[in-house]
Design a protein around this ligand. Structure first.
Ligand SMILES: NC(=O)C1=CN([C@@H]2O[C@H](COP(=O)(O)OP(=O)(O)OC[C@H]3O[C@@H](n4cnc5c(N)ncnc54)[C@H](OP(=O)(O)O)[C@@H]3O)[C@@H](O)[C@H]2O)[C@@H](O)CC1
Ligand SMILES: Nc1ncnc2c1ncn2[C@@H]1O[C@H](COP(=O)(O)OP(=O)(O)O)[C@@H](O)[C@H]1O
Length: 279
């Protein structure tokens, strides 16, 4: 079933806190950080997850990053892990976890992903956690559930699904990739295609070119994770996040850097939830 991606299709599904909500009820998001020199991407994801409404966001970092992160995290919580088993224990209470942004193209990233797959959390798999599996995509797919989300740009997509884009075009390739992976696939680009293994397909055709800046994909991964943590269906979370991300960039315009995106989200969300403004 093919959808467009106008807000009228999903705005009624956006989460909002009720009078009895507390932070744990609103949704818990985990974000796996890279090492001491690679923490920025996880910070972007975490901040975006909080801004999109997750009640609690925790960054999980390797021990060398633990002294680096606290000065740049305020509302975002922090926990360090030394082994995949420790990461699994930390992630177990989470509703969703983002892994991949600046995670490193090292085997520990694969082991960490396997550990997360043993938890009940839905996974958002991006960047290095995609590229790492370029020679063994079946291993990644075997660890995924149908509510997990892969967020490749075209380069990452080609690494996991060689030749599929050229053979099928963007929509067909995303659909086939979702079927092969058994998970939601968000094929990013000027037009972003969101495909589910059950055949649902949405095309977000009006992406903002101001998003062509380092780290904007890390923000999107955090937004998708933040909406899933709030118990939104993963396909709807992904297509809503893609639209909101692009709208925040469009409103900011020239000079946008990825740090600006999370702070642009409240105005877009307010217009969506209140049914006002330009949306
Ligand atoms: N704040 C931080 O800490 C940030 C940290 N980050 C982290 O840095 C790490 C490495 O990131 P990265 O950019 O080098 O890896 P990646 O995107 O695979 O590019 C490698 C090659 O792929 C290609 N390629 C790229 N995009 C493409 C596209 N859309 N469509 C098609 N092809 C595309 C392109 O090849 P070319 O076309 O130049 O031959 C490019 O040279 C990673 O861990 C990431 O998470 C970033 O998130 C930024 C913010
Ligand atoms: N020209 C463009 N028009 C619209 N959206 C774009 C354009 N270029 C990039 N984007 C969007 O910006 C984001 C870039 O993500 P990604 O390539 O993973 O960057 P990073 O790894 O630096 O975070 C994606 O959401 C993509 O759809």
């Amino acid at each position: 079933m093919k959808f467009g991606n106008s807000p009228s299709e999903w705005r009624h599904l956006l989460p909002r806190p009720g009078p009895d909500s507390h932070k744990h009820v609103r949704g818990r998001l985990g974000v796996v950080s890279g090492g001491a020199l690679s923490t920025g991407a996880a910070r972007l994801s975490a901040r975006a997850g909080l801004r999109v409404g997750a009640g609690l966001v925790k960054v999980f970092c390797p021990p060398d990053a633990a002294p680096v992160l606290p000065p740049s995290l305020e509302a975002v919580m922090l926990a360090s892990f030394a082994t995949p088993e420790q990461l699994q224990a930390l992630a177990d209470p989470m509703d969703a976890v983002v892994i991949g942004p600046a995670a490193g193209l090292v085997e520990s990233t694969a082991l960490n992903l396997a550990a997360l797959a043993r938890t009940g959390a839905a996974l958002v798999v991006d960047a290095d956690a995609l590229t790492l599996f370029r020679d063994r995509p079946e291993q990644l797919f075997a660890w995924l559930d149908r509510d997990d989300v892969l967020t490749p740009h075209e380069g990452e997509f080609e690494r996991l699904f060689p030749g599929l884009l050229a053979a099928e075009g963007r929509e067909g390739a995303a659909q086939e990739a979702a079927r092969l992976a058994g998970a939601i696939v968000v094929l990013k680009g000027a037009a972003t295609v969101i495909a589910a293994p059950d055949g649902r397909l949405a095309v977000n055709g009006d992406g903002s070119p101001w998003l062509a800046t380092a780290g904007s994909g890390d923000v999107l991964a955090g937004m998708i994770g933040g909406l899933i943590a709030q118990h939104m269906d993963s396909f709807d979370a992904a297509r809503a996040a893609v639209w909101i991300h692009s709208e925040a960039a469009r409103r900011f315009g020239p000079g946008l850097i990825s740090e600006d995106l999370p702070q642009g989200l409240p105005a877009v969300l307010a217009d969506l939830l209140n049914g006002s403004g330009s949306v």
